[in-house]
Design a protein around this ligand. Structure first.
Ligand code: GDP
Ligand code: IMO
Ligand code: MG
Length: 421
């Protein structure tokens, strides 16, 4: 059985948590492959809202095993908070959640470094979530990192201290003021909680499950435009958010990838700094933010809003080999008279149909205008009930990127989904 992958095609927050929760009953395993507590994946059901950061979004489905893969970075303190919040709803969590020994640990000093580097950048700051993501992946790549498996080693404290000392040298060089002791105590307490979970060689487990014909869904975090290689560099995160990241972040061979579900909002948002060609700094942008409740799930920051960018979407579909598109938050456009979709970019008077190397140039998006449906679609459950104008909007997107839209999400609840297949 091949592994299906679900990931974001824009700048994150496409509704991955919600859709993984919707699809989870079809799978026996949900596995996160990259990112860490910078992610905020929201699930809503039975009148309650849950936001997950490190834990995969299959955790509320009792029969699902959830794997935190080797590509993920874990902050033990945030992990503990998440577990405590989930225990009343997921009584089997200690059995149903397993963690790769190869996942990297975020130290309290990684978080300090994140803040110090951002402060150093001044106006050019990335707008990081300040969870220590960049410095932790930096240590992984420079072969200095601490891994979950290290917590079982007798010289774990020594390894921790050596890495912390390296960080302190940098913090002192940057003249960054800090306090560490309290956070360190909490961190070591949380490490004890991690020890209560199954810490495994998840790449072996995942491949065993594949050979036993188990159905696995790999859950991405962030989005393609935040990918370290293909996103709007340097305003990106520090991992491969694209489909290839599922191979390296779980230990799956490329030949074992099955369906690739690409999520996109019916419009577009971005949180943090960096280029955003279709951004709307006007009443329509404000309306999207208000109707879509566009405030960060992790940091609470207002998200920047704009029209859907089909130039970027086409690029994301290509990089990921998307086999099925899932449009989310279509209901947020209910009230709009007109809906715009960028189909090309004008740069210095020249028209471009592909995304340029430098997205920070003065880009004027060229829009195709669609008639709005002006109907409340949030209770719609079947394809036949969808308004004609929305069907035309979807058809245009399918033809533009040459991949079918297989589902439309029409509200935050797990029931608010229309299957188009
Ligand atoms: P993720 O990071 O991709 O999981 O997305 P987030 O959870 O950060 O942000 C998506 C937000 O939109 C959350 O508040 C969801 O509850 C909400 N949401 C998801 N799908 C829909 C939808 O179809 N319509 C509306 N109105 N809200 C949605
Ligand atoms: P989910 O999984 C939206 C953004 C940050 C910042 C940049 C780098 O919920 O879609 P980092 O903390 O990784 O150093 O931040 O990436 N960012 C996200 N934006 N959704 C996310 O995750 C994000 N994770 C990081 O705002 O611009
Ligand atoms: Mg999010």
């Amino acid at each position: 059985m091949n592994v299906d992958v679900l990931l974001g095609l824009q700048w994150g927050d496409e509704g991955k948590g919600k859709v993984v929760d919707v699809l989870a009953p079809d799978y026996q395993i949900i596995a996160r492959f990259q990112g860490g507590p910078n992610a905020g994946h929201t699930l809503e059901f039975e009148g309650r809202k849950h936001v997950l950061h490190i834990i995969p979004s299959g955790v509320f489905r009792n029969d699902c095993v959830n794997i935190i893969g080797n590509g993920v970075v874990i902050d033990p303190i945030i992990f503990e908070k998440e577990i405590i919040g989930l225990t009343p709803y997921c009584p089997n969590i200690f059995k149903n959640l397993i963690i790769s020994k190869r996942a990297q640990l975020i130290l309290p000093s990684h978080r300090l470094l994140d803040a110090a580097y951002e402060a150093e950048k001044g106006c050019a700051k990335i707008g990081s979530t300040l969870k220590g993501i960049g410095p932790t992946y930096t240590d992984k790549i420079s072969r200095n990192g601490l891994r979950v498996g290290d917590i079982l080693s007798p010289d774990f404290h020594k390894k921790y201290t050596e890495l912390k000392e390296k960080h302190i040298q940098i913090l002192n060089m940057l003249k960054f003021e800090y306090k560490l002791e309290e956070e360190e105590n909490k961190w070591f307490n949380s490490i004890e909680l991690i020890k209560k979970f199954s810490l495994i060689d998840s790449e072996i487990e995942v491949n065993n499950l594949i050979s036993k014909e188990k159905k696995i869904l790999a859950e991405g975090a962030q989005g393609t435009m935040l990918d370290i290689d293909f996103g709007s560099y340097p305003f990106v995160t520090s991992s491969n958010t694209v489909c290839a990241g599922a191979c390296t972040g779980l230990g799956i061979a490329p030949s074992k990838i099955g369906e690739v579900y690409g999520l996109f909002k019916a419009y577009c948002t971005r949180v943090g700094s960096g280029p955003f060609p279709t951004e709307l700094n006007d009443a329509s942008g404000e309306q999207l933010r208000k109707t879509g409740n566009e405030f960060g799930s992790t940091t609470g920051r207002p998200r920047r809003c704009g029209w859907v960018d089909l130039v970027a979407l086409k690029y994301s579909v290509m990089i990921n080999g998307v086999t099925g598109l899932i449009m989310t938050k279509a209901d947020v456009l209910n009230e709009f008279d007109e809906i715009n979709a960028a189909v090309s970019y004008s740069i210095n008077g020249e028209i471009f149909e592909n995304i340029p190397y430098d997205l920070s140039q003065n880009i004027i998006p060229q829009y195709k205008i669609f008639k709005g449906w002006k109907t409340d679609i949030s209770k719609t459950t079947s394809k036949s009930e969808l308004p004609l104008e929305l069907k035309e909007y979807i058809k245009f997107i399918e033809n533009f990127v040459k991949v079918p839209v297989i589902m439309v999400s029409v509200g935050p609840d797990r029931k608010a989904i229309v299957d188009l297949r």
